[in-house]
Design a protein around this ligand. Structure first.
Ligand SMILES: NC(=O)c1ccc[n+]([C@@H]2O[C@H](COP(=O)([O-])OP(=O)(O)OC[C@H]3O[C@@H](n4cnc5c(N)ncnc54)[C@H](O)[C@@H]3O)[C@@H](O)[C@H]2O)c1
Length: 434
């Protein structure tokens, strides 16, 4: 089978590489020529473990890159749309890229084609796309097939998905996608067929439910702090209840990234348009502002006025395993520190380049970036762990104590080994650990 994947971001490139790796002939299309040049040279323009090797071993044989959509669609039976759906100012999803691509595919297709919506799109988009492609020369079947991969574990998630949701009322389209996904569907049947609108709801409600779990736990952490409890004990006891489970139960600085914040806002926006008030989802969004606020409060109480203080920040990516810094809590924290007059030095094992670009984009100046996590601690009054990269979890406490001027460590992810730090003379403060 010959397919096209339009958009070579996290989702499009992972999907394209994984399909190619399982024997499908894939042409990836993007409007970003520089990105395609990098890909052709064997370089993946973002950090995703294992992806570069997979792209390299399939490139030219089964995986091709082009900016020319017509070339990609020549003889192609399935086209995936995996372009971005960034937020508009009112929280709704900007569908312009998706609709533009759908229109182009419909006009350039050389035969009947299955057009698969893989981008995260609000309820009713499948119908909107059908309206856009109506009347073109060939039959275009529009299928909703949302993607659930996690950055940092994207290949594993794509190759061994929990489920593959296929929203379609077209039997032929379902049959074709079943064939395409067959290599990832061997252990058990992971395909879940439903109506397009149900598929659209699944994607948003999955993200809303996971984000709600995070916000709930962050709120319980605030309560633990106030009440003198240890949220780690609470987490373990909650997680051991099989109805709850351990996943997404870690308190921290809040959720971020390119999906949860924008998808929750888009869900609330669509529901409002339909006359439904999503109070739980809205509460999860509102509660997500509290953890960084609470941390800044603790820092001011423990260190006194932050003006002139030097603060080292470990971690800028929104989570470990990625260089994605979109809506990362570390940025809200750093903005808060700078506003209070602190001097900020920051590091990250993968996200220094993306962070530099993001600081420029946000107009945030004065952050000293350095790849050396110990060097930024020299003379620092305090250290904050903002992203729980494993490289940061067990620092040389004695060395850190010799380097830093201050004795305060704020563990925004409860990931550091408290005992070693306390033994080295540090005052350790985790999240919800009073
Ligand atoms: N990143 C994730 O973890 C994730 C997970 C599941 C779903 N999603 C959803 O998948 C979609 C894509 O996300 P992403 O993170 O891969 O986005 P991204 O921003 O990393 O990549 C999007 C790509 O699409 C390209 N593009 C834009 N307009 C185009 C056009 N007209 N023709 C060809 N290419 C075009 C851009 O140049 C870019 O390379 C979004 O809707 C997102 O919400 C993302």
């Amino acid at each position: 089978m010959k397919i096209a994947v339009i958009g070579t971001g996290y989702v499009g490139l992972v999907a394209g590489a994984c399909f190619a790796d399982s024997g499908t002939h894939v042409t990836c299309v993007d409007v970003n020529q520089a990105r395609l040049d990098e890909l052709k040279a064997g370089k993946v323009p973002f950090f995703e473990p294992g992806l570069e090797a997979m792209v390299t071993r399939n490139h030219r044989e089964r995986l091709h890159f082009t900016t020319d959509l017509a070339t990609a669609l020549n003889g192609c039976s399935v086209a995936f749309i995996a372009v971005g759906t960034p937020p508009n100012d009112d929280g709704s999803a900007d569908l312009s890229h998706v609709l533009d691509v759908a229109k182009d595919v419909a006009h350039l297709a050389t035969d009947d084609i299955i057009l698969v919506l893989k981008s995260t799109v609000p309820l009713g988009t499948n119908q909107k796309v059908r309206d856009v492609v109506r009347g073109c020369a060939h039959k275009v079947s529009v299928v909703s097939n949302p993607e659930f991969l996690k950055e940092g574990a994207a290949l594993g998630d794509f190759l061994k998905p929990d489920r593959v949701v296929i929203g379609t009322d077209d039997d032929h389209a379902f049959e074709m996608l079943s064939r395409l996904y067959a290599p990832f569907n061997r252990q058990r049947d992971r395909l879940q067929r439903m109506s397009p609108v149900s598929a659209e709801i699944v994607k948003y409600s999955a993200n809303a439910l996971l984000a709600t779990k995070i916000s709930f736990m962050n709120e319980i952490a605030l309560l633990c702090d106030q009440a003198g409890a240890d949220v780690e004990d609470v987490r373990l006891a909650l997680g051991s209840d099989r109805r709850i489970g351990y996943e997404f139960l870690y308190p921290g600085l809040g959720f971020g990234g390119s999906c949860f914040p924008k998808d929750l806002r888009a869900l609330v926006h669509t529901a409002t348009e339909l006359g439904i008030k999503l109070q739980v989802t809205q509460a999860a969004i509102d509660a997500n502002r509290e953890p960084v606020k609470a941390l800044l409060g603790h820092m001011e109480r423990d260190l006194g006025a932050l003006k002139g203080k030097t603060i080292a920040v470990w971690g800028l990516a929104f989570k470990p395993g990625t260089d994605d810094v979109r809506e990362a809590p570390a940025f809200t924290l750093i903005e808060g520190l700078l506003k209070r007059g602190a001097k900020v030095r920051a590091t990250d094992p993968q996200a220094l380049t993306t962070a530099k670009a993001r600081f420029e984009f946000l107009g945030i100046e004065g952050v000293e970036l350095n790849s050396d996590s110990l060097a930024i601690c020299e003379g620092a009054d305090a250290l904050v762990l903002a992203t729980e990269w494993s490289a940061y979890r067990s620092p040389d406490a004695g060395k850190l104590a010799r380097l830093m001027t201050g004795r305060h460590i704020f563990d925004g992810r409860n990931a550091l080994i408290k005992g070693e730090l306390v033994d080295a003379g540090f005052i350790y403060r985790g999240v919800g650990r009073s």
